[in-house]
Design a protein around this ligand. Structure first.
Ligand SMILES: [Zn+2]
Length: 562
């Protein structure tokens, strides 16, 4: 007897070969055998007739931020309901380990902005049963998880561990760099998937202080990459700011021998060639024998925000005063004509790496706080400002100011040009990821990116064949990150499976729920056309929900071939 037989399925195995009808048997958490339809009839303790639906490997989401959430939510919502079976966390280097007890407060403060979680949520949520990175992995393993999990060592945590509060203020000295390098080697030995960092200007902590990794010198990057290189494995992941050139990253890859995953290659219509120029530089490096990837997203970047925490604007240097003042002084700061003039001045010059470049027609009012303003909902700031004969920045800030900054806006700024996205995603050096699941919780939710790729880009747009779309979500990320025996349906491999209805698969529009610790809100999205998800042979979700009976079949992944 086999534990499970899924019969009469259209098998899309994750290698990119065309689909074929067949049956798949699972035994002891692994794929025992794949055969013709009916080949294992009556062999399964549990026998499932897939009725011709598509059976594929579970989605591997290589850009998530579940580092904090994983300590209080082993179900890793919502990814576990959205066809994902493996997550890589610690991206951009925003992690919670290593962390000394005296560094917890600053670590949580750093996370508030980038994760879109309040300090209260993090304070009441995080279980601090670790200090070092190896202890963090052990704690995750003890706690268990619904999904398979891999973790980066995060640069910002590493700096804070070694430098304390200075981590966000200055470059590291030689001794500090040597100490960090030692810890990189230790983390790789413990099972980190690699080392992650960010030099991006929109990555700020509480009060607008830059994330610590943004203060690293070129020497620090060289030393840490070479330390990882000395272990012979590991992915170097970074979210790139404009001052970090791709030739510099190529040089790091060259001396360390490590592959580099470069995020976030989002198409910005104000600088339409920017990402394509980046990909051309990446491709040129690869012809010289390097292994660089450009991480792209299959989702338009839409962000909901209020002026209490205006992420789309926080990459502007002129916005920093608004991040530094306490909440009760924020209204006055946003009303200050000098503040507004500085923002306007900076916006006048578009920058590829910046989220907002003055495209006021792409900012809309979603929800007003004052019912008297109800007729403004759904309209763009550009239109409303024109009707009122006002400058759009003034209009937005005045409106929000009149509602105690509670007005909810949505920004559909970048990555929404479908022709450009098609070119990006089909580039041979692109890696499709960037869900940011677990982060930016009040701004957007792209945890369902895989279902969106299958529904929108395969079924509706025909950009990819079904087997190509599946490969992008499974076999390819497994091979890029060297995740062994996953991402492909093959006898002997782990039984991470996803059964979908290809006619309906997709994701629902985002909706707000209030289930974070303390009842704080987050955006979430629901699966469409998911019939079942299995992790290591155990069904963890059906078409409606995560199955509590599944327990925590996910494994902490510590061994990689990359
Ligand atoms: Zn990220």
């Amino acid at each position: 007897m086999r534990d499970l037989v899924i019969d009469n399925a259209l098998i899309v195995d994750g290698t990119g070969v065309p689909p074929y009808p067949g049956a798949l048997a699972v035994q002891g958490g692994r794929i025992a055998e794949i055969g013709a339809v009916g080949a294992f009839a009556g062999d399964g303790s549990r026998q499932l007739d897939a009725q011709g639906m598509t059976l594929m490997p579970g989605i591997i989401d290589t850009h998530t931020h579940y580092d904090a959430q994983a300590t209080w939510d082993p179900e890793l919502r919502p990814s576990s309901s959205l066809g994902v079976t493996t997550v890589v966390m610690g991206n951009c280097g925003f992690t919670i380990a290593p962390c000394k007890p005296e560094g917890r407060e600053i670590t949580m403060r750093n996370l508030t902005q980038v994760e879109g979680m309040s300090l209260d949520v993090l304070r009441s949520g995080i279980e601090w049963d670790f200090e070092t990175f190896p202890e963090y992995l052990d704690a995750l393993e003890r706690r268990g998880s619904v999904l398979n999990t891999a973790a980066f060592l995060g640069h910002s945590s590493l700096r804070t561990w070694v430098m304390g509060e200075d981590a966000a203020n200055r470059a590291a000295n030689e001794n500090e760099i040597a100490e960090m390098a030692k810890l990189v080697v230790e983390a790789m030995a413990a099972g980190a998937v690699g080392f992650a960092t960010s030099t991006a200007p929109q990555h700020n902590g509480y009060g607008g202080i830059p994330m610590p990794s943004r203060l690293a010198s070129d020497d620090e990057f060289r030393a840490l990459l070479n330390a990882m290189g000395s272990t012979g494995r590991g992915m170097f992941m970074l979210t790139r700011g404009g001052q970090t050139s791709i030739p510099f990253l190529e040089a790091l890859s060259d001396t360390s021998g490590r592959p580099v995953m470069i995020a976030a290659l989002l198409h910005n219509p104000m600088v339409p060639n920017g990402v394509f120029d980046n990909l051309a530089e990446i491709a040129a490096a690869n012809t010289r024998g390097r292994t660089l990837y450009g991480q792209v997203s299959c989702c338009p970047l839409t962000m909901e925000f209020t002026l209490e925490s205006a992420y789309p604007f926080e990459g502007l240097a002129a916005w920093r005063p608004a991040m530094e003042v306490p909440r009760d002084a924020l209204g006055a700061m946003l009303a200050d004509p000098r503040f507004r003039a500085a923002v306007r001045h900076e916006l006048a010059k578009p920058a590829a790496i910046r989220l907002f470049n003055g495209e006021w027609q792409k900012l809309r009012v979603v929800e007003v706080a004052d019912p008297a303003h109800a007729d403004l909902e759904g309209r763009s700031v550009a239109q409303l400002a024109a009707d009122a004969g006002q400058d759009p920045l003034d209009y937005m800030l005045d409106l929000a100011g009149s509602e105690n900054l509670k007005t909810l806006f949505i920004a559909e700024l970048i990555n929404s040009d479908e022709e450009a996205l098609s070119r990006l995603m089909t580039h041979p050096d692109a890696s499709i990821a960037l869900s940011d699941a677990g982060a930016h919780l009040t701004f957007f939710c792209d945890a369902g990116f895989g279902l969106h790729l299958l529904g929108h880009w395969h079924r509706e747009k025909q950009l990819f064949s079904l087997e190509q779309a599946v490969w992008h979500l499974t076999g390819r990320p497994a091979s890029i990150f060297g995740i062994p025996e996953r991402g492909v349906l093959q006898a002997g491999y782990h039984a991470d499976l996803l059964l979908i209805d290809p006619e309906t698969v997709g994701r629902s529009p985002a909706r707000r729920v209030f289930d974070l610790p303390g009842g704080a809100p987050r955006l979430t999205t629901d699966p469409v056309g998911v019939i079942g998800t299995w992790v290591n042979g155990i069904q963890v979700a059906d078409e409606n929900r995560i199955l509590a009976s599944a327990g925590h079949p996910g494994q902490l992944l510590r061994a990689f071939t990359c």
